[in-house]
Design a protein around this ligand. Structure first.
Ligand code: NAI
Length: 250
């Protein structure tokens, strides 16, 4: 279990859910981890403690991924000073706001788009020059199967996640010749705080309809992230891998 020995990984949204599972799996595989999160400092500190207990270095800071470039650049600068420059970026932080299309306010639309599409763009931009200068790097963006199949009540979320798939493919053209591999993960429904807000009937319907017969766990996505971050990811280019229990087959 040392696929990432000696590597430094930056993870956005590492305090809970998919980001936490990925931070712990990457650390288990030998990486030092810097992660951000939004406000939930106590949960974040527990993740950092678990990483340190594995003998790896950890840094975390609250940083709003919906903020302007200087805020995101300040996180990257602080994380780099603490641990060193990143070999891997797991661009994961996200939120969801559910409303019928006609009830979405402009502010809510902008918040969802900013945290996902703009935040991931700015985060990738902040680490990219260093990766290019070193001639190596992995950028893994977290999209969603909703970018591929749609869903009601989440139009801005679906738009943002489709934008992330587009960014992944377009950036892969530029970055791959420079040694930086860019790919995406598009999870299906995963048991995290994000889906905990859904009613019991939704969970039951998902379990009934998914060929896999269960929702995913954060670790299911972390293993895909590990594949893309490690030696197994060396020939993926602009791909969107979709661990989704059969929700979308493609
Ligand atoms: P979660 O709610 O369990 O965790 C979200 C993480 O992002 C936390 O660490 C939180 O502090 C951080 N975060 C939230 N807003 C932030 C902000 N403005 N700035 C910085 N950090 C912020 O969510 P989950 O489910 O782990 O989601 C992670 C990613 O996976 C998101 O991009 C989400 O859209 C995506 N995803 C989740 C699915 C699911 O079923 N849970 C399905 C498909 C995609």
């Amino acid at each position: 279990m040392s696929q990432l020995a000696g590597k430094i990984a930056f993870i956005t949204g590492g305090s809970r859910g998919i980001g936490r599972a990925t931070a712990l799996l990457f650390a288990e595989n030998g990486a030092d981890i810097a992660f951000n999160h939004f406000e939930d400092d106590a949960e974040a500190e527990k993740v950092a403690e678990a990483i340190r207990a594995m003998g790896r270095r950890a840094f975390h800071a609250s940083c709003d991924m919906g903020a302007d470039a200087p805020v995101i650049e300040a996180f990257v600068a602080a994380a780099t000073e603490a641990l060193g420059a990143p070999d891997i970026l797991f661009n994961n932080a996200g939120i969801n706001i559910r409303h019928p299309f006609g009830e979405y306010s402009q502010a809510e639309y902008e918040r969802v788009m900013n945290v996902h599409a703009r935040g991931m763009f700015l985060m990738a931009q902040a680490v990219y020059p260093g990766m290019v200068a070193r001639g190596a790097g992995r950028i893994i963006n977290v999209a969603s199967q909703i970018a591929l199949k749609g869903a009601p009540m989440v139009v801005p979320y679906a738009m943002a996640k489709a934008a992330i798939v587009g960014m992944t493919r377009a950036l892969a053209y530029e970055a791959t010749p420079k040694g930086v591999l860019v790919n995406a993960v598009a999870p299906g429904p995963i048991v995290t705080d994000m889906t905990a807000q859904r009613p019991r009937e939704w969970h039951e319907a998902m379990e009934k309809n998914l060929p896999m017969g269960r929702l995913g766990q954060p670790i299911d996505i972390a293993y895909t992230a590990l594949l893309l971050a490690g030696p197994g990811g060396s020939f993926y280019c602009g791909a969107t891998l979709s661990p989704n229990g059969g929700d979308v087959m493609h």
